[in-house]
Design a binder for this molecule. Structure first.
Ligand code: HEC
Length: 177
Protein backbone atom coordinates (compact mmCIF):
# COMPACT_ATOMS: atom_id res chain seq x y z
CA UNK A 1 0.00 0.00 0.00
CA UNK A 2 2.82 2.38 0.88
CA UNK A 3 4.54 1.76 -2.44
CA UNK A 4 1.39 2.25 -4.47
CA UNK A 5 0.23 5.13 -2.24
CA UNK A 6 -3.20 3.64 -1.73
CA UNK A 7 -5.30 4.82 1.19
CA UNK A 8 -6.85 2.33 3.52
CA UNK A 9 -9.77 2.21 3.98
CA UNK A 10 -10.66 3.05 0.40
CA UNK A 11 -13.22 5.82 0.15
CA UNK A 12 -15.47 5.31 -2.87
CA UNK A 13 -15.54 8.11 -5.38
CA UNK A 14 -19.09 9.32 -5.95
CA UNK A 15 -20.31 8.57 -9.49
CA UNK A 16 -21.79 11.43 -11.44
CA UNK A 17 -25.43 10.42 -12.10
CA UNK A 18 -26.33 9.71 -15.72
CA UNK A 19 -28.91 11.54 -17.80
CA UNK A 20 -31.47 9.44 -19.69
CA UNK A 21 -29.72 10.15 -22.96
CA UNK A 22 -26.34 9.09 -21.56
CA UNK A 23 -27.93 5.88 -20.31
CA UNK A 24 -29.36 5.09 -23.67
CA UNK A 25 -26.01 5.75 -25.38
CA UNK A 26 -24.26 3.47 -22.88
CA UNK A 27 -26.88 0.76 -23.50
CA UNK A 28 -26.25 1.01 -27.22
CA UNK A 29 -22.52 0.60 -26.73
CA UNK A 30 -23.11 -2.36 -24.45
CA UNK A 31 -25.17 -4.28 -26.98
CA UNK A 32 -23.33 -3.33 -30.20
CA UNK A 33 -20.38 -5.05 -31.80
CA UNK A 34 -19.19 -7.73 -29.39
CA UNK A 35 -21.88 -7.26 -26.77
CA UNK A 36 -20.52 -6.97 -23.26
CA UNK A 37 -23.24 -9.23 -21.94
CA UNK A 38 -22.22 -12.04 -24.25
CA UNK A 39 -19.58 -13.09 -21.75
CA UNK A 40 -20.72 -11.47 -18.54
CA UNK A 41 -23.07 -13.03 -16.00
CA UNK A 42 -26.44 -11.34 -15.56
CA UNK A 43 -28.37 -13.46 -13.09
CA UNK A 44 -30.61 -14.92 -15.84
CA UNK A 45 -29.96 -18.69 -15.75
CA UNK A 46 -30.50 -19.27 -19.48
CA UNK A 47 -28.02 -16.58 -20.39
CA UNK A 48 -25.55 -17.39 -17.66
CA UNK A 49 -25.15 -21.00 -18.78
CA UNK A 50 -22.68 -19.62 -21.34
CA UNK A 51 -21.32 -16.66 -19.41
CA UNK A 52 -17.70 -16.74 -18.27
CA UNK A 53 -17.16 -13.30 -16.77
CA UNK A 54 -18.24 -11.52 -13.58
CA UNK A 55 -21.58 -9.82 -13.12
CA UNK A 56 -21.46 -6.04 -13.65
CA UNK A 57 -23.55 -5.56 -10.53
CA UNK A 58 -20.45 -6.40 -8.52
CA UNK A 59 -18.11 -4.01 -10.30
CA UNK A 60 -19.07 -1.01 -8.19
CA UNK A 61 -18.47 -2.94 -4.99
CA UNK A 62 -15.18 -4.55 -5.95
CA UNK A 63 -13.40 -2.23 -8.33
CA UNK A 64 -12.08 1.29 -8.69
CA UNK A 65 -13.31 3.42 -11.59
CA UNK A 66 -9.84 4.23 -12.90
CA UNK A 67 -8.84 0.59 -12.88
CA UNK A 68 -11.98 -0.35 -14.82
CA UNK A 69 -11.24 2.38 -17.34
CA UNK A 70 -7.74 0.99 -17.95
CA UNK A 71 -9.14 -2.56 -18.04
CA UNK A 72 -11.62 -1.65 -20.78
CA UNK A 73 -8.93 -0.19 -23.01
CA UNK A 74 -6.61 -3.18 -22.87
CA UNK A 75 -7.57 -6.11 -20.62
CA UNK A 76 -4.62 -8.26 -21.70
CA UNK A 77 -2.23 -5.58 -20.46
CA UNK A 78 -3.58 -6.23 -16.94
CA UNK A 79 -4.41 -9.94 -17.24
CA UNK A 80 -2.39 -11.58 -20.02
CA UNK A 81 -4.41 -14.38 -21.59
CA UNK A 82 -7.80 -13.06 -20.48
CA UNK A 83 -10.77 -13.98 -22.67
CA UNK A 84 -11.91 -10.37 -22.68
CA UNK A 85 -10.97 -8.87 -26.03
CA UNK A 86 -8.61 -5.93 -26.48
CA UNK A 87 -9.44 -3.29 -29.05
CA UNK A 88 -13.04 -2.67 -28.01
CA UNK A 89 -12.14 1.03 -27.95
CA UNK A 90 -9.90 3.16 -30.13
CA UNK A 91 -8.25 6.51 -29.55
CA UNK A 92 -9.86 9.54 -31.18
CA UNK A 93 -7.80 12.62 -30.33
CA UNK A 94 -7.83 12.84 -26.57
CA UNK A 95 -10.71 10.44 -26.00
CA UNK A 96 -11.51 6.76 -26.39
CA UNK A 97 -14.41 5.80 -28.62
CA UNK A 98 -16.06 2.49 -29.26
CA UNK A 99 -14.28 0.60 -32.03
CA UNK A 100 -17.18 -0.10 -34.40
CA UNK A 101 -17.35 0.53 -38.16
CA UNK A 102 -20.91 1.86 -37.93
CA UNK A 103 -21.82 2.87 -34.40
CA UNK A 104 -25.48 3.78 -33.74
CA UNK A 105 -26.14 7.47 -34.45
CA UNK A 106 -26.53 8.59 -30.84
CA UNK A 107 -23.21 6.92 -30.03
CA UNK A 108 -21.31 8.70 -32.81
CA UNK A 109 -22.93 11.97 -31.76
CA UNK A 110 -21.71 11.58 -28.19
CA UNK A 111 -18.56 13.66 -27.99
CA UNK A 112 -17.19 12.66 -24.63
CA UNK A 113 -15.12 9.61 -23.78
CA UNK A 114 -17.03 6.38 -24.47
CA UNK A 115 -14.98 4.24 -22.11
CA UNK A 116 -15.50 6.70 -19.23
CA UNK A 117 -19.22 6.65 -19.97
CA UNK A 118 -19.28 2.85 -19.69
CA UNK A 119 -17.42 3.00 -16.39
CA UNK A 120 -20.13 5.24 -14.93
CA UNK A 121 -22.79 3.00 -16.43
CA UNK A 122 -21.30 -0.13 -14.84
CA UNK A 123 -20.85 1.50 -11.46
CA UNK A 124 -24.48 2.64 -11.49
CA UNK A 125 -25.77 -0.71 -12.79
CA UNK A 126 -28.95 -2.06 -11.16
CA UNK A 127 -30.73 -5.42 -11.58
CA UNK A 128 -33.53 -3.64 -13.47
CA UNK A 129 -31.12 -1.97 -15.84
CA UNK A 130 -29.40 -5.28 -16.44
CA UNK A 131 -32.67 -7.00 -17.36
CA UNK A 132 -33.45 -4.16 -19.69
CA UNK A 133 -30.07 -4.59 -21.36
CA UNK A 134 -30.55 -8.29 -21.70
CA UNK A 135 -33.86 -7.88 -23.47
CA UNK A 136 -32.25 -5.33 -25.79
CA UNK A 137 -29.36 -7.65 -26.69
CA UNK A 138 -29.88 -9.63 -29.85
CA UNK A 139 -29.95 -13.25 -28.69
CA UNK A 140 -27.02 -15.10 -30.21
CA UNK A 141 -28.39 -17.20 -33.07
CA UNK A 142 -25.98 -20.00 -32.43
CA UNK A 143 -23.92 -20.80 -29.41
CA UNK A 144 -21.36 -17.98 -29.42
CA UNK A 145 -18.04 -19.09 -30.82
CA UNK A 146 -16.96 -18.83 -27.26
CA UNK A 147 -13.44 -19.11 -26.10
CA UNK A 148 -13.06 -22.56 -24.56
CA UNK A 149 -15.18 -22.52 -21.41
CA UNK A 150 -12.79 -21.00 -18.95
CA UNK A 151 -12.34 -22.04 -15.40
CA UNK A 152 -12.89 -18.59 -14.03
CA UNK A 153 -13.42 -20.03 -10.55
CA UNK A 154 -9.77 -20.98 -10.34
CA UNK A 155 -8.80 -18.26 -7.90
CA UNK A 156 -11.85 -18.90 -5.79
CA UNK A 157 -13.21 -15.40 -6.42
CA UNK A 158 -15.29 -15.69 -9.56
CA UNK A 159 -17.43 -18.65 -8.65
CA UNK A 160 -18.76 -17.30 -5.37
CA UNK A 161 -19.24 -13.93 -7.01
CA UNK A 162 -21.44 -15.44 -9.67
CA UNK A 163 -23.47 -17.33 -7.14
CA UNK A 164 -23.94 -14.20 -5.14
CA UNK A 165 -24.96 -12.28 -8.22
CA UNK A 166 -27.47 -14.98 -9.01
CA UNK A 167 -29.40 -13.98 -5.99
CA UNK A 168 -29.36 -10.27 -6.71
CA UNK A 169 -32.77 -9.24 -7.93
CA UNK A 170 -34.22 -12.63 -7.31
CA UNK A 171 -35.95 -12.00 -4.06
CA UNK A 172 -39.47 -13.07 -4.91
CA UNK A 173 -41.90 -10.42 -3.77
CA UNK A 174 -44.06 -11.87 -1.07
CA UNK A 175 -47.63 -11.77 -2.20
CA UNK A 176 -50.15 -11.03 0.51
CA UNK A 177 -52.56 -13.89 1.00
C1 HEC B 1 -15.43 -12.35 -25.16
C2 HEC B 1 -15.87 -12.23 -23.78
C3 HEC B 1 -15.99 -10.83 -23.16
C4 HEC B 1 -16.57 -9.71 -23.69
C5 HEC B 1 -17.22 -9.53 -25.06
C6 HEC B 1 -16.46 -8.69 -22.68
N1 HEC B 1 -15.83 -9.17 -21.56
FE1 HEC B 1 -15.42 -8.16 -19.85
N2 HEC B 1 -14.51 -9.78 -19.08
C7 HEC B 1 -14.42 -11.03 -19.69
C8 HEC B 1 -13.73 -11.94 -18.80
C9 HEC B 1 -13.46 -13.41 -19.09
C10 HEC B 1 -13.45 -11.22 -17.62
C11 HEC B 1 -12.79 -11.72 -16.34
C12 HEC B 1 -11.33 -11.48 -16.36
C13 HEC B 1 -10.64 -12.78 -16.53
O1 HEC B 1 -10.84 -13.67 -15.67
O2 HEC B 1 -9.92 -12.94 -17.52
C14 HEC B 1 -13.95 -9.87 -17.84
C15 HEC B 1 -13.83 -8.86 -16.89
C16 HEC B 1 -14.39 -7.61 -17.02
C17 HEC B 1 -14.37 -6.60 -16.00
C18 HEC B 1 -13.78 -6.75 -14.61
C19 HEC B 1 -14.96 -7.32 -13.79
C20 HEC B 1 -14.64 -7.78 -12.42
O3 HEC B 1 -15.59 -7.78 -11.61
O4 HEC B 1 -13.50 -8.19 -12.15
C21 HEC B 1 -15.06 -5.53 -16.49
C22 HEC B 1 -15.35 -4.22 -15.77
C23 HEC B 1 -15.47 -5.87 -17.84
N3 HEC B 1 -15.04 -7.14 -18.13
C24 HEC B 1 -16.20 -5.03 -18.68
C25 HEC B 1 -16.61 -5.36 -19.97
C26 HEC B 1 -17.33 -4.46 -20.86
C27 HEC B 1 -17.81 -3.06 -20.49
C28 HEC B 1 -17.50 -5.11 -22.03
C29 HEC B 1 -18.12 -4.60 -23.32
C30 HEC B 1 -17.57 -3.35 -23.84
C31 HEC B 1 -16.92 -6.45 -21.87
N4 HEC B 1 -16.40 -6.55 -20.61
C32 HEC B 1 -16.92 -7.41 -22.85
C33 HEC B 1 -14.89 -11.36 -20.94
C34 HEC B 1 -15.54 -10.50 -21.82
Amino acid sequence: MAVSSQNEPYIKEPMEPMTESEKSIARNIFVSGTPCLKCHITGEPAHDAKAIAPNFLLAGQRLKPDWVFRWLLDPSQIAPGTAMPTGLFKKDGERWIVNLPNPPADVSNYHNDHARLLVRYMFLMTPDEQRRLLSASPAPATAPAAPQPQRVGRNGVRAPASQRSDRVGHHPARRPG
